[in-house]
Design a protein around this ligand. Structure first.
Ligand SMILES: [Fe+2]
Length: 292
């Protein structure tokens, strides 16, 4: 039974986007994934940079090369969909980049780095109306989602989206604001999972380090581990579905109370419950800039 971390956001395919330029570099990045404790990854190229129809064959080529090189990483196909491109994909292309079982398929949708929140909401609504759940890639880097006491982020969470926080944000690689947002999400229980968004040696996977840092802030170690292992694995196996209208009408607090176990995630029955219990008082206080 595989029990390592699962990385649902990594630019691993060779020569298609700003990830590895060739297969050798892909194998190097895969080795870094394994060294980070990851045994399963989804290759998530920027969808606009790749012929989506070619993704399955490219992923098969990578898996063949990994086996030949003796690198114990299993790769599944996927894609990071930009909000602006969401409406342009055909149903077949959406299916190619989606994950999860029938009835609970979901797509990795990029929170725009230029802060175009309205575009993001429109794209997410379009995907939901097509029946897909949303895993929101690095919302902590889309600062307007945090305006008005996180109103934009909470809108997505209420509609069933899960938030993928990047480990590199937790470590401060994308600036103090993204780091502050990431810690704020962890503290509020709004982080649905951690993923690397790794691109290569200069932007390597860092789940292990992020778990260590989050625990240093006061996050329960079992929860921190679940964000990198049990939750992303459950997303692949059990999937995620968008909320129904009735479910979406629930305030987040009610959703939290609905799960006496404290908030697990991702399964069909439990997909409306996505909050971890609030972190311990003082969580994040070890990060000086949080108080500034
Ligand atoms: Fe990415």
């Amino acid at each position: 039974m595989q029990r390592g971390f699962v990385d649902l956001h990594v630019h691993l395919l060779p020569g298609v986007d700003d990830g590895p330029p060739d297969l050798d570099a892909t194998l190097e990045l895969a080795g870094l994934e394994v060294a980070d404790g990851i045994d399963t990854a989804t290759a998530t190229p920027h969808v606009a940079s790749v012929d989506v129809a070619e993704i399955p064959a490219r992923v098969a080529e990578v898996n063949d090369a990994l086996r030949a090189a003796g690198i114990p990483l299993v790769v599944e196909g996927g894609g990071e969909l930009a909000a602006r491109g969401a409406a342009r994909l055909s149903p077949a292309e959406l299916e190619t980049i989606a994950h999860g079982p029938a009835g609970a398929r979901w797509i990795l949708l990029e929170a725009p780095l230029d802060g175009a929140v309205a575009t993001l909401h429109r794209a997410a609504d379009t995907l939901r109306s097509a029946g897909y759940g949303i895993v929101l890639a690095h919302p902590e880097r889309c600062h307007p989602l945090f305006d008005d006491d996180m109103a934009g982020l909470e809108r997505e969470l209420k509609l069933g989206s899960l938030a993928q926080v990047s480990s590199s944000s937790v470590l401060g690689l994308h600036g103090i604001r993204a780091r502050r947002n990431a810690v704020r999400m962890l503290a509020a229980g709004y982080a649905g999972l951690l993923a690397s968004d790794a691109h290569g040696p200069r932007r390597p996977p860092s789940l292990t380090q992020a778990v260590r840092v989050a625990c240093g802030f006061g996050l329960d170690p079992a929860h921190a581990h679940a964000l990198c292992a049990e939750r992303p694995r459950a997303l692949l196996v059990e999937g995620l579905r968008p909320c129904t209208t009735a479910e979406a009408g629930l305030p987040l607090g009610a959703e939290l109370r609905a799960d006496e176990g404290g908030g697990y995630v991702a399964g069909r029955e439990l997909s409306v419950v996505r909050r971890l219990p609030p972190a311990a008082p003082g969580f994040g206080s070890a990060l000086p800039s949080l108080s500034s």
